[in-house]
Design a binder for this molecule. Sequence first.
Ligand code: UD1
Ligand code: CA
Length: 485
Amino acid sequence: MSTTDQGRVAAVVIMAAGAGTRMKSATAKVLHPLAGRSMLSYAVDAASALEPEHLVVVIGHQREQVQAHLDEIAPQVITAVQEQPRGTGDAVRSGLAALGELTGEVVVTSGDVPLLTGETLWELVRAHRAEGNTATLLTTIVDDPTGYGRIVREAGEVARIVEQRDASDDERQITEINAGIYVFDAETLRAGIAALSTDNAQGELYLTDVIAFARSRAGRVGGTVLTDSLQAEGVNDRVQLATLSAELNRRILRRWMIEGVTVLDPATTWVHDSVDLAADVTLLPGTSLEGATSVATGAVIGPDTTLIDVEVGASAHVVRTHATLAVIGEGAEVGPFSYLRPGTQLGVKGKIGAFVETKNAEIGDGAKVPHLTYCGDATVGEGANIGAGTIFANYDGVHKSHTTVGKGSFVGSDSVLVAPVEIADGVYVAAGSTITSAVGPGELAVARGQQRNIRGWVARKRPGTRTAAAAEAALEQATGQERDQ
Ligand code: UD1
Ligand code: CA
């Protein structure tokens, strides 16, 4: 292989067939999410950054799940099946078998090293080329190397890798670890795998033994030490999953802070990789932004708010809210304690206030639903006002129906709008009404019992009570005042 070759790498093999036993999960390890997407998707992204001629993912354990996931997120990748989890050496053998004859460079990575970037893979490939190596591996120094393969160097050169369970006490003191990310010359890799044995503590075919093999053939082996050691860390259990999730989140937040987003408390703010934020957005503590959420400039989100696939307009305020698949207009106000379900669209400067639940509801510009309301399957016109405690009764037990409230209309508190019903523009609905039929423009709809006041009822029917005493006192005072006038 030429050291000046700056072409594409021949292949990347991503190992993802292991049993992931330590996760103790019905979900394949590499499908567990960090910042909203699977561990495997990060590995595929990093590998794709190399633009390899072939990209193969080795699957085995829970392969149907992993295959289905890959079909969804990366249908272009090839998958190879490793029938039995006989070790990382066997995994790569299975991957190469799917590719046929191959010359050039083969990059090997793992599906369980989610923070690794494509840029780091490029650095490794560049070092491999510049040094004219037959094998180059990524290493890093960690405080606690427990569980990792240790890098044994001789006269400064990488000599071999020894796994935790095969290491001597002295070797276990080594803090330089194998990240499990390699570049190999294809021919050396094939020959090295063919020469592997299961003579080790786990009875597996260790890919790591190809390093000593490459050395034994007098090939150059290089070790590139990564200073950002978290990029090299793997997820084997849920403790590591939590650690790396938090780290990934910190990195995502850091990126946004540099782009001009204020994050008051990064420790309690979670932003998925897929979210888009503008400069001068403020995120208050306890905020979680997920999926295809986007927030425009000047908006303030939180505290204690979860937005999933929500579009927030500029300068909107969203306080203590849970929202899914909703659009919040520019300058709008939401919360505190609001629940926006799919299909909610709040217009410019609109308001959805405290203890309001909305679903499939288009609430126009400047319209307000400020307190204690259920607003489902509705269109609320521009500038309309929905009084406290109004219920849009959209469900008759069988069908869901639609309610329209026209522009500038005013619905009094504690009304029930029984769908399907149309309330025109410029209407008043008297408080406490149950509206079952259409109301025309400019009309007042009153739909409630007439009030009757029965004089002397308390004295007759509730004599001797506290209420009767209060009534008597009030009546005497009123008569006294009349006398004094
Ligand atoms: C491996 C390395 C270790 C390194 C560590 C870095 C070996 C023998 N050891 O150990 O030196 O420090 O990664 O994270 O390689 N896999 C298969 N098929 C198998 C076994 C594993 O596809 O038969 C896949 C797993 O799904 C995983 C990757 O290979 O994505 C690594 O396997 P894992 O069992 O996690 O290896 P480690 O013990 O972490
Ligand atoms: Ca691992």
